[in-house]
Write a protein that binds this ligand. Structure first.
Ligand SMILES: [Zn+2]
Ligand SMILES: [Zn+2]
Length: 356
């Protein structure tokens, strides 16, 4: 296999991963889970029973129970990127006169990110407890669409406050539940959404900054080598100018680890940038991922222009019948930009009033 094919496969793989993760993020059925279920079905007749049980238990422990595995993986990947950056890129950048201030930014961002990461891991997301539930149920009104009054959690045996959800991984109900994040091994809820957002922003900035410094270093390496003006003799004996592909091949062969690190960083950056934008949008409209996911397919069948009922009703000036769901309630908890952001960054704390 020649270099060009290998390079095309690498770029295709990275782009496919970005597209797949963006398309299926937040969905129950992902290509990964479908492929996994299919593989298990195909191989189960040939696999010993004990191995099946072991793999099922491991997968269950990984995705359905609280586990630090992804935290260790997170630290390992981060350590590998920083080791490579410090070992190879840093020295090269110093040689080409990049200022120490610019080169220290990734380390400052690492400290900031670690601080918010720690808070995401350690901070209670807003667990609904027996002691606080009487106050927690008063924090948000019930929209009577996704959340209804008088409903109890069958596991916790407590009334469910509006916007709360039972996390099956942590086995608890969480106030203003967003999602369970395996990377921080904690739920994201009322009390730690702000840390999660700041963690996402700092992680995104960190990946972006190291990617820019690394790309700058590679660009200088190419300019310094004079490859852009170079030429070579092809198999027919004719002189050919070294083009962009020649330069990329040279970079792959000279700095293989740095080029792969740059590919990984770009993948992480675009993924995180999209995810950060999505969570920023949710903060602005005062919605959680859980509410967004449940409201996503929420369209009144009578008003939907493509539905047969909609066509029959003349869709455009049709008014929802009382029996049809009211889709204006999609952003039920939105109270205006500033109040919505205030709710995320300075969430109300449930405090039980003392009776005198
Ligand atoms: Zn519960
Ligand atoms: Zn959880």
């Amino acid at each position: 296999m020649d270099f060009l094919t290998l390079f095309a496969v690498y770029v295709l793989l990275v782009l496919s991963c970005i597209v797949l993760v963006c398309k299926y993020s937040g969905q129950q059925q992902t290509p990964f889970s479908i492929l996994l279920n299919f593989t298990i079905k195909v191989f189960s007749p040939f696999t010993p029973k004990w191995l099946q049980t072991l793999s099922q238990r491991s997968l269950h422990r990984l995705f359905h129970q609280r586990s630090n595995t992804f935290i260790y993986l997170h630290i390992l990947l981060e350590g590998a990127v920083y080791a490579e950056f410090t070992y190879e890129v840093f020295g090269f950048c110093r040689e080409m006169d990049t200022t120490l201030t610019s080169l220290s930014v990734p380390y400052i961002l690492l400290i900031i990110k670690t601080f918010f990461f720690y808070l995401c891991v350690r901070k209670d997301p807003g667990t609904v407890t027996k002691r606080k539930v009487s106050v927690q149920v008063l924090m948000y009104p019930y929209d009577r669409r996704l959340f209804h009054p008088g409903v109890s959690c069958p596991t916790c045996q407590l009334f469910k406050p509006a916007r709360s959800k039972h996390c099956r991984v942590c086995n608890r109900c969480v106030q203003r539940f967003d999602h369970h994040c395996v990377w921080v091994n904690n739920c994201i809820g009322a009390q730690n959404t702000r840390y999660f957002l700041l963690y996402l922003f700092s992680l995104c900035a960190m990946a972006g900054d190291i990617a820019v410094l690394t790309a700058d270093m590679l660009l200088h390496a190419v300019l310094r080598s004079g490859l852009l003006r170079a030429s070579y003799i092809d198999e027919r004996g004719e002189r050919q100018a070294a083009g962009a592909l020649f330069v990329i091949q040279h970079l792959f062969l000279t700095f293989p680890r740095i080029v792969f690190m740059l590919g990984f960083l770009l993948f992480v950056f675009f993924l995180l940038a999209g995810y950060s934008l999505f969570h920023s949008y949710l903060a602005v409209v005062n919605q959680t991922s859980n509410e967004w996911y449940k409201s996503r397919g929420y369209v009144c069948q009578h008003c939907h222009p493509r539905s047969t009922a909609g066509a029959a009703a003349g869709a455009v000036d049709h008014l929802c019948s009382p029996a049809a769901p009211d889709h204006s309630r999609r952003y039920f908890y939105s109270r205006g930009l500033l109040k919505n952001l205030g709710e995320v960054f300075s969430p109300p704390v449930p405090v039980r009033k003392k009776h005198k």
